[in-house]
Design a protein. Sequence first.
Length: 305
Amino acid sequence: MGTFVTIHVCGESRLELEAAISQAFQELERLEALAHPGREGSVVRAINQAAGKHPVAVPEEIFQILVLSRSVSERSGGAFDITVAAVSRLWSFLDPEARPPDRELLAQALDLVDWQSLVLDETARTAFLCRPRMEIGLGAVAKGFAADAALAVLKGYKILGALVDAGGDVAVAGSKNGSPWIVGIQHPRKERGELVARLEIHGDLAVVTSGDYERGFVREEIRYHHILDPRTGEPARLCQSVTIVGPSCGLADALATAVFVQGPEQGLAMLRKAYPVYDAFILSADGLEHKSAGWERRTDLVRVP
């Protein structure tokens, strides 16, 4: 899934913990094989190749991701959209020498971005992209979903606590030998490892941070990053980072992207209305902090000087 995954587990039997970790990584590899659009035989690849032609039968796990994605697209007014993949492929965010794509090509790709043109048949459990050349990409949701799946595997073993970190998508259960798990929020304008704050996590919770510092390049003093606004095809400009906490890492992953695109005011309003059990800590484009009403009740946030 294009990132490093780290698993921490606490318990009384080393053999039990090693077996749990091994099984969790096998589950991650299984899900990646289904979800990676570049993998031969992946379901996402099959859906993209069948665009405009015919529906594709989808396994339960991927279908759940597609249903979740459609729901967040609808409730966010299209700020989250997995069909933005047609635009994403025009950007080269891993190349520091890259440049923005040609405007005409970008406009053509934007015509292929439409979450409502992904048709899901829940009875037949199929997915169909209505128009040729449309694509989906699950990069903004699959990591969180996979972290949830890995944590579920770990819970099937005799553990006292666990933390799965899939590149900033963190799923936590229990405690760290009786102490809270600590999750850092990266400072978006400082070196990697320099934090804005640390969260103390008590019990089961997901924490996901999306930021404009992960992948991108700078041209003529303008920062171009990988979190695209599906409505423009350009990097979203209203936030530096968004941290979401809530019960599901998969949903928190999608919401972090949606809120990042919407910006603090609209994003927090969406959470209040549609996702009241999820809370957000936002650093807006001007570096100011914005928090949902329930943030302070849900988390112990310690700022880093």
